[in-house]
Design a protein around this ligand. Structure first.
Ligand code: ATP
Length: 398
């Protein structure tokens, strides 16, 4: 599915617009016939390479929405682009799809330069947040549309459409209109429509955001299953950490248009490369303290309650450093244990399976901790954190 196969949607990606003063791709255009692009697309798999991909929406002085994104995606990989709202995820996806031109850099599939091709010649399938189905067409016609645009013969269209609908488990719904389907079913149609053209790359922009929590969980598993069965390289945009962690082979964390980390879900979750990633990956406690001593990776910070031992995740140079701790790494324990911080319980939020505690330690330092135990507001406790789970980063001010 290319941009040309989808109806115009509310989430206009700014297709074809160039920023004033940007270095458009025209000067770098390599003449390639549509036929050569199609034959390459038909070949299917390939290594996708982004080299310094940059996109600005304002003049040259303006901060780019996407800055110098360089990465290699292996054939068949499932990559999640993850980050907070406005970090440049959709911009990156739309640059790959060709819906917006680059201000700098290049995109390659094996040895073929892609960023100089219009979207319809890049051979990508795309799934949007709002499904972007043609409301007046049946499910079958929506799915077949891209094949018709490509002049695929009727018998082949039928075969591929049946297969795509079976893959997303929509047999029996062929003759319905999108308005007669649930949100989850509509998104399945959108996925079928994207994969029916047998794209070399599947691009998904927050495809589950419009679904309720239960359906989101089901569709996560569904998208993973389709990916496993088809083996197509997939780039998936989301702001939901759980979605990225549970679905992706590798996660790219973006912040203010810049890649902060690329790694497996385990790496990004347990070993955030910097404080931005740590904050985004659920290290809700970030406490800036004086750096007392450092021996290799072992660090001691000076807390108002006494020393806090931790593990350096980046070179620490300044007099200050930030300890990042996940609420679920804190247990309630005994005084005298390593990193036992005396605190008073200031708030208890009940979540069923556990509670989120708001603790206040010496110096007014607030800590969030998760516990399955019964704790009351006003109770005196000791928050205990293993030093290897206190990740220490340079203070932003250092
Ligand atoms: P979200 O999760 O909210 O969709 P995102 O991470 O996908 O956010 P982008 O849509 O890529 O973020 O936007 C990145 C930055 O570029 C934002 O600051 C946004 O305002 C800006 N931007 C995006 N599209 C345009 C446009 N067409 N014109 C001007 N600025 C834009």
């Amino acid at each position: 599915m290319t941009a040309l196969d989808t109806p115009v949607t509310g989430r206009a990606p700014g297709a074809g617009r160039s920023a004033p003063g940007e270095r458009g791709p025209a000067s770098e255009r390599v003449a390639r016939s549509p036929a050569s692009a199609r034959s390459s697309a038909a070949a299917g798999e390939g290594t996708l390479r982004l080299e310094g991909v940059t996109r600005r929406f304002g003049g040259p002085g303006c901060l780019p929405a996407l800055h110098d994104l360089t990465m290699t995606v292996q054939s068949g990989e499932f990559i999640a682009l993850l980050g907070p709202s406005g970090c440049g995820k959709s911009t990156a996806l739309n640059c790959i799809a060709g819906l917006i031109p680059l201000s700098g850099g290049a995109i390659w599939m094996n040895d073929e330069r892609l960023d100089v091709l219009p979207p319809e010649q890049r051979g990508f399938g795309m799934v949007f947040q709002n499904y972007a189905l043609f409301p007046h067409m049946t499910v079958k016609k929506n799915v077949q549309f891209g094949l018709m645009m490509r002049g695929i013969a009727a018998a082949e269209r039928q075969r591929r459409t049946e297969r795509a609908l079976a893959l997303v488990q929509l047999e029996g719904h062929e003759d319905k209109l999108p308005g007669q389907l649930s949100g989850g079913q509509q998104q399945r149609v959108a996925i079928a429509r994207a994969i029916v053209i047998e794209p070399r790359l599947v691009l998904m922009d927050e495809p589950l955001s419009n679904l309720d929590a239960k359906l989101r969980l089901e569709m996560r598993a569904e998208i993973r299953r389709v990916h496993r069965e088809l083996g197509r390289t997939t780039i998936y945009v989301t702001h939901d950490q759980d979605e990225a962690l549970s679905m992706a082979d590798r996660i790219v964390v973006l912040q203010q248009g810049t890649m902060q980390q690329i790694g497996t879900p385990e790496e990004v979750y347990a070993q955030p490369a910097n404080l931005h990633v740590a904050r985004f990956m659920g290290f809700r406690n970030t406490i800036e303290l004086d750096l007392e001593s450092q021996a290799g990776g072992d660090v001691t910070l000076r807390g108002p309650w006494g020393p806090l031992r931790g593990t350096a995740k980046q070179a620490l140079t300044g007099p200050r450093a930030v300890a990042a701790i996940r609420p679920d790494e804190i247990t309630l324990g005994e005084a005298g244990a390593t990193n036992a911080i005396a605190a008073e319980v200031d708030g208890v939020e009940y979540y069923g399976r556990d509670c989120l505690l708001e603790l206040v330690a010496a110096g007014g330092v607030r800590l969030y901790a998760r516990t399955t135990g019964r704790v009351a507001r006003g109770q005196a406790v000791h928050a205990v954190i293993p030093p290897e789970r206190v990740l220490v980063y340079p203070a932003m001010s250092s």
